[in-house]
Design a protein. Structure first.
Length: 272
């Protein structure tokens, strides 16, 4: 859009995020998918995003990756309008893990690096870096369980991997990328206990940031009680509108809050 100036931004710290009166409508849709969304997520904090299917959660996160642009309002990262940042630059700083993880008929190594080692315009990612990332995320035992380690061939679409294992791969990709803002739409399918524990450890480590650096900013579309407990703030969407937003502990202490009612009813059952 000609009214915006494209900047190349270097973010050395976690990103503060602000939605200011944001509305968005899909092409040919009569109504807005999101209505007047306003909130701020401080740098280094995690937001738990809750709501039933169709409430607007996925639309909100896709705006941060600029898969769409807003129709009204503004979204800023550290005070800079997203529309002022080139897509390539923005996606250096924002890491996204979706439920539908794209996996290829290739080795674990190539799936983790997204074939970057074949791109002569970028520095390669060494096996040592990959193993370090898996160690950092507490996933070395998962790597050791594979028949041929990093050389293990995956089927197209991750054939042979569970939904949880696919998300473990995706979290490792994000860790290797080292973004300042992480968006996770966690797998809604039930996971075996071992995979769920691995995912929770990996998520904790990913949000903590690198040693000596501040925590990363995170947004989690949560389907599990354990994941919600990692959030500093909670935002609940319904029909594209915010119906509740605030510090998790404050909402939990207010027995009349929607969040407290969700916790009592059982998150997995209510938001299934």
């Amino acid at each position: 859009n000609s009214q915006f100036t494209v900047h190349h931004l270097q973010f050395a710290t976690p990103l503060a995020l602000t939605f200011d009166n944001v509305s968005v409508r899909y092409t040919d849709a009569e109504d807005f998918a999101l209505h007047a969304i306003t909130f701020t997520l401080p740098a280094g904090e995690t937001l738990g995003l809750l709501g039933r299917t169709g409430s607007g959660k996925t639309t909100l996160t896709r705006l941060l990756f600029r898969l769409y642009d807003v129709d009204k309002g503004t979204i800023t990262l550290h005070g800079t309008d997203l529309r002022d940042v080139s897509l390539a630059n923005l996606r250096q700083h924002v890491g996204m893990v979706t439920q539908d993880v794209q996996l290829f008929a290739a080795t674990v190594r190539d799936n983790l690096t997204l074939f970057r080692n074949y791109d002569t315009t970028q520095p390669p990612i060494s096996d040592a870096q990959i193993i370090h990332a898996l160690d950092e995320l507490g996933l070395r035992d998962w790597l050791d369980s594979l028949p041929h380690g990093l050389d293990t061939e995956l089927g197209s679409g991750g054939q042979g991997l569970s939904a949880g294992e696919a998300q473990l791969l995706a979290l490792t990709r994000v860790f290797l990328h080292d973004p300042k803002l992480i968006i996770l739409d966690e797998a809604s399918s039930r996971l075996d206990p071992a995979t769920e524990q691995r995912l929770e450890r990996a998520l904790d480590r990913l949000l903590q940031g690198s040693p000596g650096k501040p925590p990363r900013t995170g947004i989690i579309i949560a389907h599990r009680l354990g994941t919600v407990q990692r959030a500093d703030d909670i935002l609940i969407l319904e029909n594209g509108r915010i119906v509740e937003h605030g510090p998790r502990l404050n909402l939990l202490a207010a027995s009349h809050s929607r969040f407290a009612q969700l916790m009592r009813a059982g998150l997995e059952e209510v938001l299934a």
